[in-house]
Design a protein around this ligand. Structure first.
Ligand SMILES: Cc1cc2nc3c(=O)[nH]c(=O)nc-3n(C[C@H](O)[C@H](O)[C@H](O)COP(=O)(O)OP(=O)(O)OC[C@H]3O[C@@H](n4cnc5c(N)ncnc54)[C@H](O)[C@@H]3O)c2cc1C
Length: 374
């Protein structure tokens, strides 16, 4: 039997296995190697800050999943991959593979900002738990909270902080700092940008635009022009980069730090190793894939089809179709208070309770129903 190794038990990695199970591909030995023992439903994670959701309801035990879906699980961090030797190196041990899928995702990018270690990150479920407990520990007389980055994560964090404070009947000064002149720099949609600023400003959030963060100190944040903002709690939402493994895949070429793949999502120049999800730079017919869970799931389905062909001795021939290109944003962004903004393409945006209902349906019901119910 062929040996398939999948690195990363996030959206992309688990979806490859699910798609193989759905297709009835069982003449292959699958091993999932993941740094975390849990799948984390990160996309709903910011609501852990406001206690609308609990982390334990957004995690799925990969050990349990391995018993349902019949794969081997190793909880370990992969240190290095050698595409010529077809080996995967762990801290303790090494594996050989016939087919490889690298899906180790992304990680917060601090852009070498001084004092970055003093900021709370906003990436994993444990980050949102930590932000929640830090907020509750802050002095009650109008503390200052600075969020660095006005992408969708930074804005959702701001929304959930204001919701938590409102539920606790506490006041604080919440400032979102953004290097660009507008919010949501990754989503070119002016109506959505306006709606997001209006919705958050109405909840008391202040915006500081056009100056990036230069340095983070214990009780302040210094901006590029040397000005300082007081801060009792600084949260970093300034963007992501490829996970460390990207630069330790021997034989892969990188674009902006991400692993380059061809149209079938094979790592460029390889015929048995795929890279998908946030880790991969996917560019097909002039479209570049957005770093999103929804796109990661689609890429996993393409790869599973290709693996099914390879297991039957055929060449992988399924070409991926990018459903979430960067220049046509499709996203639901929560702005708190039971409302969300739907962004569809460069012009359309709408805000309301129905949009929030939709977001919940997708982020929770759709994502969780991929796995057997507990
Ligand atoms: C707060 C937040 C909100 C978001 N909201 C949305 C949204 O509303 N809609 C949307 O579509 N997308 C959203 N995203 C983006 C989405 O979460 C990512 O695009 C998605 O997680 C990418 O999936 P992935 O499988 O590539 O990576 P991940 O889901 O991050 O999985 C990577 C896995 O690899 C493991 N790993 C990392 N390094 C190694 C290693 N060296 N060895 C072994 N294992 C390793 C990790 O532990 C993890 O389990 C959001 C992201 C954040 C942070």
């Amino acid at each position: 039997m062929k040996q398939l190794i999948i690195i990363g038990g996030g959206y992309a990695g688990t979806e490859v296995i699910r798609q193989l199970v759905l297709r009835g591909v069982n003449n292959i030995q699958v091993e999932l190697i993941s740094a975390s023992p849990f799948f984390e439903n990160t996309i709903a994670g910011t609501e852990v800050i406001s206690e609308k959701l609990r982390s334990e309801n957004l995690r799925y035990d990969l050990k349990l999943l391995s018993s349902y879906w019949g794969f081997n699980l190793t909880v370990a961090r992969v240190k290095e991959v050698d595409l010529d030797e077809k080996t995967v190196k762990l801290e303790n041990g090494q594996r050989s593979y016939d087919i490889l899928v690298v899906a180790s995702g992304s990680a917060p990018n601090f852009y070498n900002i001084k004092g970055a270690g003093l900021a709370a990150t906003s990436y994993r479920l444990s980050d949102f738990e930590l932000i929640n407990s830090r907020l509750k520990q802050l002095a009650s007389d109008h503390p200052s909270i600075v969020i660095a980055g006005a992408g969708y994560v930074g804005l959702e964090v701001a929304a959930e902080i204001t919701d938590l404070l409102a539920s606790l009947d506490r006041r604080a000064r919440v400032t979102v700092v953004e290097k660009m002149q507008h919010v949501l720099p990754g989503f070119g949609n002016e109506p959505a940008r306006r709606m997001a600023v209006e919705a958050l400003a109405s909840k008391g959030v202040v915006f500081s635009m056009g100056k990036g963060v230069m340095q983070i100190s214990e009780n302040s944040v210094m901006l590029e022009d040397g000005s300082r903002l007081e801060s009792d709690l600084t949260i970093w939402s300034g963007g992501v980069k490829a996970s460390d493994l990207a630069s330790n895949i021997r034989g892969a070429s990188l674009r902006n730090g991400y692993v380059e793949v061809d149209q079938r999502l094979l790592i460029k120049g390889r015929n048995n190793a795929f890279a998908i999800g946030d880790l991969a730079y996917v560019s097909i017919n002039g479209n570049v894939a957005q770093k999103m869970a929804a796109e990661a799931l689609g890429q996993a389905a393409t790869v599973a089809r290709n693996i099914a062909s390879m297991v039957n001795g055929e060449a992988p021939k399924t070409v991926h179709k990018i459903d979430y290109p960067v220049d046509f944003p499709k996203v639901l962004l929560s702005v708190g208070g039971g409302k969300a903004i739907l962004i569809f393409g460069p012009q359309y945006a709408s805000i309301g309770n129905v949009e929030y209902f939709l977001k919940r349906r997708i982020d929770i019901d759709e994502m969780v129903s991929r796995f057997p119910s507990l």
